[in-house]
Design a binder for this molecule. Structure first.
Ligand SMILES: C[S@@+](CC[C@H](N)C(=O)[O-])C[C@H]1O[C@@H](n2cnc3c(N)ncnc32)[C@H](O)[C@@H]1O
Length: 180
C-alpha cells in the first residue's frame, strides 16, 4: 500500500471523508444542469463515503430512492447513522441499477477506464463528478487534468455505446459528466 493510500485509510477509519471544494455549489449546478431524464429516478451512489453528499444529491435530483455503496466499513457506518441505506462493497463488485453516481471516486481507481466500463455498462444512466484542480494538495487519489479525465470518460462512453455531456464548474473545481 503506498503512502497516499495509507493516509487515506487512516482518515477514512475515523468515519469521515473531507471535501476540498465547494460541494454546495457543485450540487446546486448538478440540480440545474442535469438532463431531465436523471430526475426522480432510483439512484445508486458508488463510493458514497460518509453519506453527506449522497443526501444532497438525492435532494438535488429529487431521486425516488438512493442507495449508497461503500468500501470502507467506518464510512459505511457513518452514512448508515445518517439514515441512509448503505451496502458494504468491495472494488470490482457487480453493481447495477437505473442511475449510478461516482462522485469524486474515479481518481481513486487503480485502472479507471476498465473499472468505469465495468460499472457504467450495468446502468441506464450515469453521473460522474471529478476534481479539476491539478495542484490540490490535501485530496488523496490520482491527479488527472480535466483533459485527461475527459479522454478517459470518452473512451468509456464509446465502449459502452452511450452519449456524454460535460459541464465544467470552475468555481467548484469540478467537472460533471452526464452519461445516458
Ligand atoms: C473522496 S471520497 C468521496 C466520497 C463521497 N462520494 C463524497 O463525495 O463525499 C472517495 C470515496 O471512494 C471510495 N473508493 C475508493 N476506491 C474505490 C473503489 N475502487 N470502488 C468504490 N469506491 C471506492 C472511498 O472509500 C471513498 O468513500
Amino acid at each position: 500500500m503506498n503512502l497516499i493510500k495509507t493516509l487515506e485509510k487512516i482518515v477514512y477509519d475515523y468515519g469521515h471523508n473531507f471535501n476540498f471544494y465547494d460541494t454546495d455549489l457543485a450540487i446546486k449546478e448538478l440540480g440545474k444542469q442535469a438532463p431531465k431524464g436523471l430526475f426522480g429516478r432510483n439512484m445508486i451512489d458508488i463510493g458514497c463515503g460518509d453519506g453527506t453528499n449522497t443526501k444532497k444529491i438525492k435532494e438535488a435530483l429529487k431521486a425516488k430512492t438512493i442507495i449508497g455503496y461503500e468500501v470502507s466499513p467506518t464510512l459505511a457506518k457513518t452514512a448508515r447513522d445518517r439514515g441512509l441505506e448503505i451496502v458494504k462493497m468491495n472494488p470490482g463488485d457487480k453493481i447495477s441499477g437505473e442511475v449510478g453516481v461516482l462522485w469524486g471516486v474515479v481518481h481513486h481507481f487503480d485502472n479507471p477506464v476498465e473499472e468505469m466500463i465495468g460499472i457504467i455498462n450495468n446502468f441506464e444512466s450515469f453521473i460522474i463528478r471529478e476534481p479539476i484542480d491539478r495542484w490540490r494538495v490535501f485530496e488523496a487519489g490520482k491527479r488527472y487534468s480535466e483533459a485527461k479525465m475527459t479522454k478517459m470518460v470518452e473512451k468509456v462512453v464509446t465502449k459502452c455505446g452511450k452519449k456524454m455531456t460535460k459541464v465544467i464548474i470552475d468555481k467548484a473545481k469540478s467537472v460533471l459528466y452526464f452519461i445516458e
